[in-house]
Design a protein around this ligand. Structure first.
Ligand SMILES: Nc1nc2c(c(=O)[nH]1)N[C@@H](CN(C=O)c1ccc(C(=O)N[C@@H](CCC(=O)O)C(=O)O)cc1)CN2
Ligand SMILES: [Mg+2]
Length: 359
């Protein structure tokens, strides 16, 4: 009798331990929803207790037996934009101020012009003030640095972004270094990137596309903690920061790039794949483990005489194949792209709140 009672008690304790482990894992992986900075610390937060939200079960099926769920970035981005609009209105009513964003575009790249136009329009829609500064393709380095410096001094501007890529003759690092850290809403300042990489340090801003990817995963109920994640591509804008961010969310992260041997073999081990190589249709079905979650950051224009503009946007992932293997996937367009702009708005709002100490 006594032995049976002891065994029962051990069993109950083990069950409780597993239950606690599950609760802690879910809470840490959904912590982004509770944090205004959408940032997960590398350690357990002080006085942490689970909330009902952190116990929410995953919503995705991971069997790979049916077509993947489409993660609708456009819809999620609209939701975020409407929250930003409400917050901007609240700020204006309470303190008579609105967030301000300065956008600097050098040169005449068609894609950059489109992105900048969309960012300015998005600001207008949520009540954020925007200032646009355009410079010619052949402008000297000093002209860009001076534009950045003058916006850095303007108290009505809380975010400054320099649209990338810059023309070849310009030194990107020197220009980004001229940004006032508190206004680096793109999160590309070397100090913000360095802080993103370091344990125990918190960047003021997280780059927009990577932050959007994480937000998509979490809002879709995908658990990140403990999962194998593969990032394809190692650019400063997406590949590098998303790899750092996934680690902050406690994933086991591999980065494959143009010089990696057998990238398809490595990627096919992944529970979460983030494709940011800029190579149309690079990721085929044989690159994917059944049930993997696929986030496609690529947006490459390819010629298409049948479409209205003569081109269409193609992602890094062969969607038609991947949708048969993955459990969830972002489309292109309508996945990460709209989230990139939504995250720029949240970063700008956060920056203004910080500047005015508005909570
Ligand atoms: N300073 C920066 N430069 C660049 C960034 C950035 O975050 N900051 N990211 C990319 C480009 N980019 C924003 O600048 C960006 C790319 C794509 C989209 C987007 O909404 N894409 C839509 C399709 C849009 C279309 O039809 O053309 C989608 O995928 O649905 C937004 C922003 C490099 N440079
Ligand atoms: Mg791309």
């Amino acid at each position: 009798m006594r032995i049976i009672a002891i065994m029962k008690s051990i069993e109950q304790r083990m069950a409780a331990a597993w239950r606690n482990k599950y609760i802690i894992r879910r809470a840490l992986s959904t912590q982004i929803l509770m944090s205004p900075q959408s940032l997960v610390s590398l350690d357990f937060p002080e006085n942490w207790t689970p909330t009902p939200d952190s116990l929410r079960p995953p919503t995705l099926n991971c069997s790979g037996a049916q077509d993947a769920v489409t993660i609708d970035g456009k819809l999620i981005a609209e939701d975020i934009r409407s929250t930003v609009a409400t917050e901007v209105k609240r700020m204006k009513e309470a303190i008579g101020k609105v967030p301000g964003l300065a956008v600097i575009l050098v040169g005449q790249r068609r894609d950059s012009q489109t992105y900048v136009r969309n960012k300015i329009k998005a600001c207008e829609e949520v009540g954020i003030k925007s200032l646009f500064h355009e410079l010619p393709e052949d402008c000297p380095q000093d002209a860009v640095v001076s534009a950045v410096s003058s916006f850095s001094e303007d108290p009505s501007i809380h975010g400054i972004l320099v649209q990338l890529p810059l023309p070849q003759h310009l030194d990107e690092v020197k220009i980004l270094n001229a940004l006032r850290l508190e206004k680096d809403v793109d999160g590309f300042h070397p100090m913000n990137m360095g802080n993103l990489a370091m344990r125990g340090r918190e960047p003021l801003f997280i780059p927009c596309a990577p932050k959007g990817c994480i937000e998509l995963l979490i809002r879709s109920g995908v658990e990140i903690m403990g999962k194998n994640a593969v990032v394809i591509g190692r650019s400063n804008v997406v590949g590098l920061p998303i790899a750092l961010l996934l680690q902050r969310h406690h994933a086991t992260v591999s980065v494959v790039h143009v010089l990696t041997d057998n990238p398809e073999e490595i990627t096919s081990e992944a529970d979460i794949v983030v494709a940011a190589a800029g190579v149309p249709n690079l990721v085929r079905s044989n690159w994917l483990k059944p049930g993997a979650v696929v986030i496609d950051v690529g947006t490459c224009p390819v010629e298409d005489p049948s479409s209205e503009y003569g081109y269409r946007l193609v992602g890094d992932v062969c969607y038609e194949e991947a949708v048969k293997v993955a459990s969830a996937i972002t489309p292109v367009p309508g996945g990460v792209g709209p989230m990139t702009i939504a995250m720029l708005l949240t970063n700008t709002l956060d920056s203004a709140k910080r500047a005015y100490q508005f909570v």
